[in-house]
Design a protein around this ligand. Structure first.
Ligand SMILES: NC(=O)c1ccc[n+]([C@@H]2O[C@H](COP(=O)([O-])OP(=O)(O)OC[C@H]3O[C@@H](n4cnc5c(N)ncnc54)[C@H](O)[C@@H]3O)[C@@H](O)[C@H]2O)c1
Length: 356
């Protein structure tokens, strides 16, 4: 196969880089490491950000490739053509509700896709079990995973890296399976790999279907704000910028074979989160509120039939990240949430004036 691309010792393959966290990660990396070559392989499913490529085209070291991580031939070609020296693997089906209605695609993307990437990394970086090709010693596979692999907590306690895996949804089961595949390639073949398991993210470019964009959009469109069950399910919310900085740190400084939990000690139940968003919108979009004859957007909150198997509570003990790598989340939830709401307000504003 004729190679038409320059060899760059810092080429990183980012999978799913047009999605929510991947797109924030790529912007962070391109700005912070102008010499790195970033290759984004994304299938552009419904979840991909529509305008992300336009924003990053200006960076000379960015390449977008449209394709699937399940395509072994394509992935092998990319490793060779771009001299891939690192993988940061975000690509996934990521919405729990969709995994309940259509679990098959989660198995394909999250498990088979991860296996395909691991195979390629093995072939290109290793001579065989325990034997790294000379010159490829620093190549690393960083797998992005979720705290949902640990299952659900009761009122107290936190997930640590030692917590047992107990996934409850097809989504979390597929992520747990992919984590175990990564672990097995590390333990069996000696592939340099790290895993980060992160709590719920919020911030710009998250897909409409997720909780925070749904609350903001529904409120601004004066539609019912749907909250599952009694709204008491608890999540630990981390700003996506904090997450990408944690990934950057683990990718560069994490210890081979280790897992790191990433969270922010910022627990909120879904109802109080929705109320917080409504209180900020009451202030930011007060005119629309008055026009609609409401005293608060929170009047639009409606409880809907609960998600089957809805995990009760997630919370992350991220002391390992702090003790070993000096990382802790730095964006206060109040300001991060306000900035996120302002971003979505811009996004939803034109639709709101046309459609309502
Ligand atoms: N969003 C969160 O709160 C959160 C929390 C913890 C962990 N994670 C994990 O982080 C990763 C990224 O999550 P996200 O919220 O950015 O997801 P997302 O759904 O916003 O984006 C996923 C991206 O992957 C792409 N993709 C899907 N199938 C693909 C395939 N076969 N080949 C190539 N690309 C494909 C999509 O087009 C999309 O751009 C996932 O692995 C997820 O499990 C997410």
């Amino acid at each position: 196969m004729k190679l038409s691309y320059p060899m760059n010792p810092n080429a990183i393959l980012v999978t799913g880089g047009s999605g929510f966290i991947g797109s924030n990660f790529i912007l962070h990396m391109l700005s912070k490491y102008p010499d790195y070559e970033i290759v984004n392989l994304d299938k552009l499913t419904y979840a991909a950000s529509e305008d992300f490529n336009e924003q990053v085209e200006k960076f000379p070291h960015y390449t977008f490739l449209h394709g699937s991580i399940e395509n072994q031939e394509l992935v092998d070609f990319i490793f060779t053509a771009y001299n891939i020296r690192g993988v940061v693997h975000f690509a996934a089906e990521s919405h729990v509700d969709n995994s309940i209605s259509n679990p098959g695609v989660f198995v394909q993307t999250n498990i088979v896709g991860t296996f395909t990437l691991l195979n390629a990394a093995m072939r290109h970086w290793m001579e065989g079990p325990g034997a790294v090709k000379p010159g490829y010693e620093d190549c690393r596979f960083h797998h992005i995973s979720t705290d949902e692999v640990y299952g659900a907590l009761g009122e107290t306690g936190k997930f640590s890296e030692e917590s047992k895996y107990a996934p409850n949804s097809p989504y979390s089961a597929s992520k747990a399976s992919s984590d175990l595949l990564v672990r097995s390639f590390n333990r069996t073949y000696g592939l340099n790999a790290v895993i980060t398991n992160c709590s719920n993210n919020y911030g710009p470019r998250q897909h409409d279907e997720k909780l925070i964009p749904t609350v903001i959009r529904s409120a601004l469109q004066l539609r019912p704000i749907p909250i599952y069950g009694n709204g008491r399910n608890v999540r630990d919310w981390l700003h996506v910028q904090d997450h990408v900085e944690a990934i950057d740190l683990v990718y560069h400084n994490g210890i081979n074979g280790e897992t790191y939990n990433v969270g922010s000690d910022n627990e909120r139940n879904n109802l109080s989160l929705a109320l917080e968003i409504c209180a900020i919108l009451d202030e930011l979009a007060s005119e629309r509120l008055r026009e609609a004859g409401l005293s608060s957007y929170s009047e639009l909150i409606q409880f809907v039939h609960d998600r089957p198997g809805h995990d009760w509570r997630y919370a992350i003990d991220c002391s390992k990240m702090y003790q070993e790598l000096g990382w802790k989340a730095s964006i206060p939830f109040g300001s991060g949430l306000r900035q996120t709401i302002e971003w979505y307000r811009e996004l939803y504003q034109p639709k709101q004036t046309v459609g309502v």
